[in-house]
Design a protein around this ligand. Structure first.
Ligand SMILES: NC(=O)c1ccc[n+]([C@@H]2O[C@H](COP(=O)([O-])OP(=O)(O)OC[C@H]3O[C@@H](n4cnc5c(N)ncnc54)[C@H](OP(=O)(O)O)[C@@H]3O)[C@@H](O)[C@H]2O)c1
Length: 451
């Protein structure tokens, strides 16, 4: 049985019984890295590591599904920064994660392979469900969030991001979403927004849910109406959802970007306060070891000029380059919420500015199922839009990852897996028209130079 039969059933909108009868192919096309190549970048500078050389697209064997899992026909996926990390084997080779997972249970041993299928986002159709799956059935159109955990562990039952064995699917587990088929736990599934294409539906879960937890959920910064929110990388993956969540929640965002073109995109999103960090030429570090407080002050003054006040929340992820400035500019009593450290994870800031002004640094990491579900619902309601700027074929996954690695992509890059072309998968065109084609496709129109 080939993938073609599966695709035909999806395109014919076949009933669930038809999907349940389809045989699962013994192998499938997937983007993966190879264990044999995990030292290939030794001695190479980060920026020179080229994901096009380490990400391969080819057949891998199909594993069995565990009772709590489903086979998913993946129509589309997206590039996340974690796929860049895997492809450049930084800060660690992800094969170490797979080997550790394999030690946890008999089913987990499947993950220890000499290939690692990457990808932590997906939209698609459920093909078969394991014997313990209750809420989903063959034929369901779904999106997937990447919080992968063992729900038989008590530590997973308050906030599941606190589970001792919490992992990110397709990064710390195998059989991820950048493939024509995937293995997904039933508790990763969410309904696909009916007004979006496969690729528009596939780009939101990882970045959108991360931003939701950081800003809106009760576990991190807990944004309120009227708050001022300072967002680094405001047209990037997580930043572009943060800007939308701020606007949708009655807050005032100020977004930082690095080009006039990104300022234009930010303004088109409805964010009136934009800072072009390249034009302003902030030099927060005067040398490798010394930060320049004068430059923090210059940024703080700029923000006050725009907002009339200091930010209640600083949405932080660049890390070493910006954390000193982020702690400085946050309002007295304000919150710096961080989920990453793209420019380096050994962080330095002046602690006097933290304690004397009673500020908080709050950590955040992806989202629990309830938070991911809440974000998916906002997207389904058309209150938050997908920030997809471009679409790539699965074969071009290396090019797409390279673009993200080089900070040349806006928002999210979609990847077509089984979907033969972009634009398919909308089942409620009236809803799409009500929400507005222009709003939904803003990032794509910007990428085509149409703004
Ligand atoms: N913990 C989690 O669950 C989680 C989830 C998602 C992402 N992340 C992490 O969060 C980070 C951002 O992810 P993303 O998907 O938003 O990436 P992205 O799409 O590449 O966007 C990041 C943006 O940050 C800005 N930036 C990069 N380096 C910077 C620097 N040195 N100083 C100031 N701004 C800088 C860039 O915007 P401008 O150049 O326009 O300023 C860039 O567009 C990554 O490290 C990723 O791994 C973590």
């Amino acid at each position: 049985m080939s993938m073609q039969h599966i695709l035909e059933a999806i395109q014919a909108d076949a009933p669930g019984e038809v999907f349940a009868e389809l045989a699962i192919p013994e192998s499938y096309r997937a983007a993966h890295v190879l264990r044999a190549e995990e030292t290939m970048w030794d001695g190479v500078a980060s920026e020179d590591k080229d994901p096009r050389k380490s990400l391969h697209v080819g057949d891998v064997p199909t594993p069995e599904i565990a009772p709590d899992e489903v086979y998913l026909a993946v129509m589309a996926s997206s590039i996340n920064f974690n796929t860049v990390w895997t492809s450049i084997f930084e800060p660690l080779s992800t094969f170490g994660f797979l080997d550790r997972l394999a030690r946890e249970s008999e089913w987990a041993t499947r993950h220890k392979q000499d290939f690692h299928v990457v990808g932590s986002d997906a939209s698609g159709v459920v093909l078969k469900v394991g014997s313990a799956v209750r809420n989903w059935k063959p034929g369901d159109r779904v999106t997937v969030h990447c919080n992968y955990l063992d729900d038989q562990d008590p530590s997973a039952h308050d906030d599941s991001m606190l589970a001792t064995n919490q992992r990110i699917w397709g990064f710390e587990s195998n059989f991820g979403g950048l493939a024509e088929l995937s293995i997904v736990k039933a508790n990763q599934l969410m309904p696909k927004p009916s007004h979006l294409t496969w690729e528009e539906s596939a780009v939101n879960a990882l970045c959108g849910s991360t931003s939701y937890r950081m800003l809106v959920g009760r576990n991190a910064a807990r944004m309120k109406q009227g708050d001022n929110i300072f967002v680094w990388g405001a047209t990037g993956g997580i930043g572009a959802y943060a800007i939308q969540l701020a606007l949708n929640g009655g807050a005032t965002p100020v977004g930082v970007v690095s080009s006039a073109s990104r300022v234009k995109l930010l303004e088109a999103m409805g964010c009136d306060n934009a800072i072009d960090r390249r034009e302003e030429n902030y030099q927060f570090w005067s040398d490798e070891h010394t930060q320049d407080e004068g430059e923090w002050r210059r940024l703080g003054k700029k923000v006050r000029g725009l907002l009339g006040d200091d930010p209640d929340i600083v949405f932080e992820h660049p890390g070493r380059q910006t954390m000193g400035a982020s702690v400085f500019i946050a309002k007295r009593g304000g919150t710096v919420v961080t989920c990453a450290a793209t420019s380096g994870y050994m962080i330095e800031y002046d602690n006097r500015h933290l304690w004397m002004k009673l500020k908080r640094i709050v950590s955040s990491h992806f989202a629990n199922y309830a938070e991911a579900w809440a974000m998916n619902r906002l997207i389904d309601q058309g209150r938050i839009q997908p920030v997809m700027s471009e679409v790539y074929a699965l074969d071009q996954v290396g090019d797409a990852a390279m673009k993200v690695h080089q900070n040349q992509a806006e928002g999210k890059l979609g990847v077509l897996c089984l979907a033969p072309e972009a634009g398919l998968g909308i089942t409620d065109p009236d809803k799409r028209a009500r929400i507005g084609e222009d709003k939904i496709t803003l990032f794509q129109r910007h990428a085509r130079g149409e703004l």
